[in-house]
Design a protein around this ligand. Structure first.
Ligand code: MSP
Length: 508
């Protein structure tokens, strides 16, 4: 049986439609999910929507809608967005689904039976946009330390989760499993936070109603984060299918934005420890996009719209840009200048042009047929080109293990550049002029098409449609596998379809 790989995005709040930040997390997960499928793993890729809490209730009220029809509408919008961006999720969880209510009730009962839930009184501050509790000392100038907005005072009866009990077990976890929180600087932040000691966490609210009711105490609804984190268990079959759950859980990686690492790397493993369930293998915190140097926000009107952008540059190039522009884990700034530069240089000039010019030469020289080549022709230029490829497979695999997507793309572009150079230096057009289409000419082209094939396979997780199109033009199967990422597998003779240029250059 193939090895299982379970990957998740955060589940998104449905108080607004998705923007480039949501797309970023989702595309990154899609790339990793697709790569693991290429490798032959049995992948379960989960995304979904977080539909409870005060923030959603408020948004629904402001729109004069009842919460359920409001969340239904927005959940649909998220699903459509992911369809449009060619996201290959295997499931879409909504926290208002029946399966989730069952899972939350079951989990609550287990943790309660283990003595980790008790009733008390909460007083402190609450940030509604962040759905987060803060103590006096944590506020910055009286405002939310995370988003800078107003917080509200809360004083109510509440259930608590004994988070404090897990301070030491969590520190042991970070120490034993060095990859549990990635990248390293996030891990250090988490360790520093937990080292100060954890306080018990309020996990119910009684002053509003849009949430999952506490079992046996319906005056209370469960704190939205306690409910939301459990989506990862629900979708694995926690309350409905024990066999499936055993096969799927634990998750291999939860990919999340940096601002919610705390929930995933502290509260979540503590909840699982309390329920005696296996822990996820990795929580990866990625950085944030700003827009031309400023924080994106609806009020500033500078939020990058994914529909407009993908229409402008194409879905696959947009996915490429998001993964190439910034090393995953770091913050990045979105600018149209940068977008244009990266897409024109990498895709239109380097990769697109390589395919275009070689395919047109083959069309002219030999009726689009690549024949009789020496696959390992031993010229000096070939040796240089092969040197770039050697070890590339292992390097790419390692980058994927660390979610270093931009480095994967760097590797691919280095090979593309190498092939362009190879072509310029070998100049098969000269030999063709003198001797016609012979083995030597064919061999030079062979190496270039071999690079194009290899790059199309490696680019497949990032740009699935365009990569398939390229593979089709080389007359090889368009749903590749990672085992085909070996030099010399382009079969001969081979028909090369020139077609229209695969990338258009972006003008201003
Ligand atoms: N509902 C919670 C997650 C619960 S998971 C059990 C939540 N939702 S969210 O809709 O606010 O955000 C989800 C993701 O979008 C986060 O990973 C966040 O980092 C990402 N982004 C939102 N804006 C972003 C940018 N401007 N840049 C990059 N990613 C950002 O939090």
């Amino acid at each position: 049986m193939a090895k299982f790989f379970y990957i998740t995005t955060p589940i998104y709040y449905v108080n607004d439609k998705p923007h480039i930040g949501h797309a970023y997390t989702t595309v990154a997960c899609d790339v990793l999910a697709r790569f693991r499928r290429l490798q032959g793993l049995d992948v379960f890729f989960l995304t979904g929507t977080d539909e409870h809490g005060k923030k959603i209730q408020k948004a629904a009220e402001e729109n004069l809608a009842d919460p359920k029809s409001y969340v239904d509408r927005f959940a649909r919008i998220f699903q459509d967005a992911w369809l449009a961006l060619n996201i290959s999720n295997d499931d879409f969880i909504r926290t208002t689904q029946d399966r989730h209510y069952k899972a939350v009730a079951k989990f609550w009962q287990i943790v309660k039976n283990n003595g980790d839930i008790y009733k008390g009184k909460y007083s402190g501050w609450y940030c509604v946009p962040c759905e987060t509790f803060f103590s006096d000392e944590q506020l910055v100038n009286g405002k939310c330390p995370d988003c800078g907005r107003e917080v509200e005072w809360m004083e109510e009866e509440s259930y608590f989760f004994r988070l404090s009990k897990y301070t030491q077990p969590l520190l042991d976890l970070y120490n034993d499993k060095k990859n549990f929180v990635m990248p390293d600087f996030r891990r250090n932040e988490v360790i520093q936070f937990v080292s100060q000691g954890l306080k018990d966490l309020s996990i119910s609210r009684s002053k509003f109603s849009w949430g999952i009711k506490v079992p046996d105490d319906p005056k209370h609804v469960i704190y939205v984060w306690f409910d939301a984190l459990l989506n990862y268990l629900t979708a694995a079959g926690f309350a409905e299918d024990e066999e499936r759950f055993k096969r799927i859980w634990p998750a291999d990686v939860h990919v999340v934005g940096k601002e919610i690492v705390r929930f995933h790397a502290i509260i979540w493993p503590a909840m699982l420890m309390s329920a005696n369930l296996p822990l996820p293998k990795m929580v990866f915190g990625h950085g944030w996009w700003t827009m031309e140097g400023e924080k994106m926000s609806k009020s500033k009107g500078n939020v990058v719209d994914i529909w407009a952008l993908s229409k402008e540059v194409g879905v696959d190039p947009m996915r490429y840009f998001l993964m190439k522009a910034v090393p995953f884990g770091q913050d990045g700034d979105f600018s149209y200048k940068n977008l244009k530069e990266i897409l024109n240089s990498d895709l239109a000039n380097d990769f697109g042009n390589l395919l275009n010019r070689t395919a047109s030469m083959i069309e002219r020289y030999n009726n689009s047929m690549l024949t009789e080549a020496d696959k390992f022709f031993d010229g000096e230029n070939y040796v240089k080109l092969r040197a770039i490829f050697d070890g590339m497979k292992e390097r790419i695999e390692k980058y994927y293990d660390n979610l270093s997507f931009s480095f994967v793309l760097e590797e691919i572009m280095t090979l593309v550049k190498g092939a362009n150079k190879f072509l310029d230096e070998t100049a098969p057009w000269r030999c063709f002029k003198e001797n016609g289409f012979n083995t030597q000419v064919a061999s030079a082209f062979y190496h270039v098409f071999e690079v194009i094939r290899l790059c199309a396979i490696a680019l497949y997780p990032f740009m699935p449609s365009i990569s398939s199109d390229v593979l089709k033009r080389l007359s090889v199967k368009d749903n590749p596998s990672w085992s085909e990422f070996e030099w010399g597998l382009l079969p001969l003779p081979c028909r090369i379809e020139k077609g229209e240029p695969i990338f258009k250059r972006l003008e201003n």
